[in-house]
Design a protein around this ligand. Structure first.
Ligand code: SF4
Ligand code: SF4
Length: 270
């Protein structure tokens, strides 16, 4: 079983073509600038959110918080009430149940993309799912990851994955730890490993205030060496929790900083 936060049946922003995007609940990074901090932890069933639901879509059954998606009006009051960077709006899926959801829309999509949270925390589940999706539906399987699970140890999963999208938060070990809570040793190891296998669709870096963005772009560009797309996402404060706002502020990075990053990247591919 795996805990899923959300399924978007048709997405055109999660890889090439029209794809079903599946967002798993739970992440081992706690990024300061995360826009969906409620996906970080799994619910601990404290019950605090139940009483704020205006339509009684949340109930406690045998000490577990149960979400009724038919009643839910998506007001997000429960998420605002939660102190655990979590949400009650998740569902446990077996491989077969998730496969059935994908099968229903399969004539209209090119493939699936798993994301999060951090999808690769469910690597055995994903391996089984990808096998079935490829064998029975012939769809491509993409993974959007923070790169924190050592993929050199999961050859079958890597072989089954068509392409990865990887976030490079920072190339500096200390800064990476400050942003995410963990260092970047495995992320960089994965980046090199997957690039050498030609398994990377896209690398992304968030350009944010109070980070050494230029160093990250410079050092990442050297490793990428023009072998895949390198995309910059510009920090926006919307949805960022207080800790992140204290660190990065409310303003997006200035145009000069963004242009310098583009210049560094462009010089690296000349
Ligand atoms: S988002 Fe849904 S479950 Fe949460 S409080 Fe609003 S109606 Fe209730
Ligand atoms: S979602 Fe948060 S507030 Fe609601 S029961 Fe779970 S941990 Fe408690």
């Amino acid at each position: 079983m795996a805990l899923v936060n959300k399924i978007i049946p048709f997405s055109c922003i999660d890889g090439p073509g029209n794809r079903t995007a599946i967002f798993f609940q739970g992440c081992n990074f706690k990024c300061t600038y995360c826009h969906n901090p409620e996906t970080i932890n799994k619910c601990v069933n404290c019950g605090k959110c139940v009483k704020v639901c205006p339509v009684n879509a949340l109930n406690i059954v045998e000490k577990k918080v149960i979400w009724n998606d038919k009643k839910c009006v998506a007001c997000d009051a429960c998420i605002r009430e939660c102190d655990h960077l979590s949400t009650p709006k998740t569902k446990d899926y077996s491989v077969d149940e998730l496969f059935d959801e994908i099968k229903q829309v399969s004539p209209f999509i090119q493939g699936i993309t798993v994301s999060g949270g951090e999808a690769t925390l469910n690597i055995d589940f994903l391996t089984q799912l990808f096998k079935k999706v490829k064998e029975e539906l012939g769809l491509t399987c993409f993974v959007d990851t923070n790169g924190s699970i050592d993929l050199t140890q999961h050859e079958e999963f890597v072989n089954l994955t068509d392409k990865f999208m990887i976030d490079i938060k920072s190339m500096d070990k200390e800064e990476h730890t400050k942003i995410t809570g963990l260092n970047n040793d495995i992320v960089i190891k994965n980046l090199k490993y997957l690039l050498d296998l030609d398994k990377v669709y896209e690398i992304r870096t968030v350009i944010a205030p109070n980070l050494d963005n230029k160093n990250t772009v410079r050092e990442a560009s050297k490793i990428i060496n023009n072998r895949c797309k390198y995309k910059f996402n510009i920090y926006r404060h919307h949805g960022v929790r207080k800790e992140g706002l204290d660190f990065h502020g409310s303003d997006s990075p200035c145009e000069e900083e963004i242009n310098k990053c583009y210049k560094i990247y462009n010089e690296s591919i000349l």
